[in-house]
Design a protein around this ligand. Sequence first.
Ligand SMILES: *Cc1c(COP(=O)(O)O)cnc(C)c1O
Length: 499
Amino acid sequence: MKYISTRSKIKPVTSAEAILQGLAPDGGLFVPEKIPKVTLEEIGALQDKTYEQRAAWLIGKYLTDFTADELGECSELAYNWFDVQARVPVAVLIQDMKNPVAPVGNMELWHGPTSAFKDVALQMLPHLMRMALKKVGETKTILILVATSGDTGKAALAGFADVPQTKIMVFYPEDGVSQIQKLQMITQRGKNVNVTAVRGNFDDAQTGVKKIFGDKKIRDELDALGVKLSSANSINWGRLVPQIVYYFSGYLELVRTKQINLGDQINICVPTGNFGNILAAYYAFRMGLPVKKLICASNSNNVLTEFFRTGTYNRNREFFKTISPSMDILISSNLERLLFHESDFKNVSRYMNELNLTGKYSVDKKLKTRLDKIFHAEFVTDDETKTFIKRIFGSFKYLVDTHTAVSVAALSKYRGRTKDLTPVLNASTASPFKFTAAVLEALDQTPASDDFAQLKQLNYLTNAKIPKNLDALAEAKILHSDVCDFDQMPEKVLNFAAR
Ligand SMILES: *Cc1c(COP(=O)(O)O)cnc(C)c1O
């Protein structure tokens, strides 16, 4: 299987090359030439396999230049760290008490080392990159540069720590992350990691990193040191493909717990920001997973809701800071891949040009009709989000975080609007203990002023277990205390690269 660009006819590349390049040379995203198919029989045959085995087999459908043994090794190394045997367990909630035939499987994607769903991909990507380096005969060290507003930085650090032939450097705004997020990063162990605070806000850190990527002189200096820059952001194919796995795995969990029979259709509901997670569900559907509708859940930054309803994507709008911050996004980069698969590159490059120039584009009628068949979109306010945290806890003694609550609330709107009671797999993207203050408020509590006190407060109130990695933070040793100004960032990168 080869990879092509969403924007023009480029020479197809192998998956190893696509993963190492990240972005296609024409500025587009890498997509598989053809979406591989799996039969119901093959899906059923995965029932007796472990999550790691399911992952190796399904990822092998896309990364055909990797051997089964290599992918098996990557999977073992990636998911070893998850704190439950199932890796991605599914908690079944019967959301609609009057309709017990309509179960909701809440797929807990947050049992990895940082308690958020980005671990599922970021634990796998470094190993895929390491093997890809070997395949293309690259002997340089890859240096991953990340600017973070909190969560991605830690997930990337945890994924790349001590992975051979890689280094990772994370810049975060000195006063722009929570107490726990900061501790998660500055206590990160590993011989190949560096964490540096930047005096300024997230935009300063982000602009600094972008400047380094665009600076030919720095790249040449790094080259002389045997180091190549790369990024771990969510448009990399190596981050997307591990996410396809859990939709199959979650489906099989619903079969195993007898909520559905093999072959039954489900709906999938996903709290969406950059459109990576729900796009993975789309690939699962196109591969042959029995899916009826993909429900795209947004918060008040409802640019995607409007897009799926009207066919017009318009980023010229007010930006809201919400209690589901990982979905506060106005440009959903991965949407480009969906547009490509449902039309062709000529249209995609036109739409992306318009987005660049005017901040908006409208898709043609044919494409809109095709999207309507598969997608439904809803958005949810902060107040509604809190109402659902409280309601779900009241009904099931089950605690969800703010992002998961957006998704369940959107599902409830969908069911009300359409009366479609198909069983649902809901993507639960973070542990409630990652967004403690908002969850406490939803449960009518006044959050304690200290982050760690809030963890205890929520645990005491609900009996839900604090994830070990968060609990252990209070005692963890601080290993990174470097702080720099925006204009010192290049020098810091060069120093770390030379080490
Ligand atoms: C990143 C993230 C999302 C959004 O996922 P996308 O793939 O960007 O759509 C949702 N919830 C949480 C907790 C996240 O960290």
